[in-house]
Design a protein. Structure first.
Length: 358
């Protein structure tokens, strides 16, 4: 039986969600956006029935349509409260990154979802890339031996036009900067691949050429993982003249891997001491060529969430995973603010803590 599905927020990323919902044969019960034209254009573009219910108030949608699965694609600063309201009505959730802008709110999402037996997936869809799945398999098979260090580079361009399209972008209240918005997917991958648990973070952030936003356009960080390995993050929206690359490197005592492309969708280096597979065959087999940086991961992510609901198991990407990515970004922000390293775990923190401090 098809699940009743609703989408809250019909902006830039919403087409990927609608396409994934259609591909996975969900019943699209309603759309919601504070700008009616956003809903109308998505209905037209995706050939949805013109009678598809449209709401400007998500609480009214929840009450009248009673969806079983909701995707939240609004401004980042609204993710947390909308999620909590959805959980209270028993809705399962897919929450676009970041899961929230506050650790306390993320903790409340996790706790309340467990209480209501609601499935919550943080939408870090690049984990489903063919390249990333192959690399994760190598990590789980211990082909790297001891992991030594890993790096995440996000070298992108965002100009004034991008921020003028949606005034909430680049604000501490609704977004954060390059690390929280553009870089959090690769930050999630680095933490996940290197063992998740972190001892210490040292970070530096700056706003070098975007005086019209509050938050950073450059973030650099060093990470000490609990397993004795190290990580580096370089994230920027200052690259001239357009997006350059997004890369993830993993270095171990018996393996070296590089993922690159628009959304870490290609394996560009694949060297292992065990020589179990041919590097050139792996590179050819586990690559994708998506039309944009969002990749193809939303479709398998949706399939996994549907299966998790049907089989009463955790999604492949959990709310806890979303919180870990959020925590690492907030730790970098905090380290930059206080001028010294920050120990993890962090008990509390929010982007609002950094308002007026960059």
């Amino acid at each position: 039986m098809s699940l009743r599905y609703a989408l809250i927020g019909c902006g830039r990323i919403s087409p990927n969600h609608i396409a994934a919902a259609i591909k996975n044969k969900l019943e699209i019960a309603a759309l919601c956006d504070i700008v009616p034209e956003n809903m109308k254009s998505k209905i037209h573009t995706h050939h949805l029935p013109p009678s598809t219910p449209q709401y400007t108030d998500y609480k009214e949608l929840l009450e009248k349509e009673k969806p079983q699965l909701v995707a939240i694609c609004t401004e980042s600063g609204n993710h947390g409260q909308i999620a909590l309201d959805c959980i209270d009505t028993g809705c399962h959730l897919i929450i676009e990154k970041p899961i929230s802008l506050s650790l306390e709110e993320a903790d409340e999402i996790i706790a309340r979802a467990k209480e209501k037996n609601v499935k919550v997936c943080a939408c870090h869809q690049n984990r489903f890339n063919k390249s990333i799945q192959k690399i994760r398999e190598a990590v789980e098979q211990n082909r790297f031996g001891k992991l030594l260090h890993g790096t995440a580079h996000i070298r992108w361009n965002r100009g004034k036009d991008y921020y003028q399209q949606a005034p909430w972008r680049g604000t501490w209240e609704q977004d954060g900067g390059a690390l929280m918005n553009q870089c959090i997917h690769n930050i999630d991958l680095l933490r996940w691949m290197m063992g998740d648990e972190i001892d210490e973070v040292y970070g530096i952030t700056a706003n070098l050429k975007h005086p019209f936003i509050e938050a950073e356009d450059l973030g650099l960080a060093l990470i000490k993982f609990a397993n004795g390995s190290y990580g580096m993050i370089e994230g920027t929206t200052n690259i001239y003249p357009t997006n350059l690359e997004e890369t993830l490197y993993l270095f171990g005592e018996s393996g070296t891997v590089k993922a690159g492309g628009k959304s870490v969708n290609r394996i560009e280096e694949w060297q292992f001491l065990d020589r179990k597979d041919n590097p050139e065959v792996v590179k050819r087999t586990f690559q994708e060529d998506p039309p944009n940086v969002y990749g193809y991961g939303h479709i398998p992510l949706y399939a996994d969430v549907i299966e998790a609901i049907q089989n009463d198991r955790d999604p492949y990407i959990t709310a806890e995973d979303g919180k870990r990515a959020l925590e690492l970004v907030l730790a970098i922000y905090k380290s930059s603010l206080v001028g010294k390293s920050v120990k993890l775990p962090m008990e509390k923190g929010s982007t609002l803590d950094f308002r007026g401090n960059l």
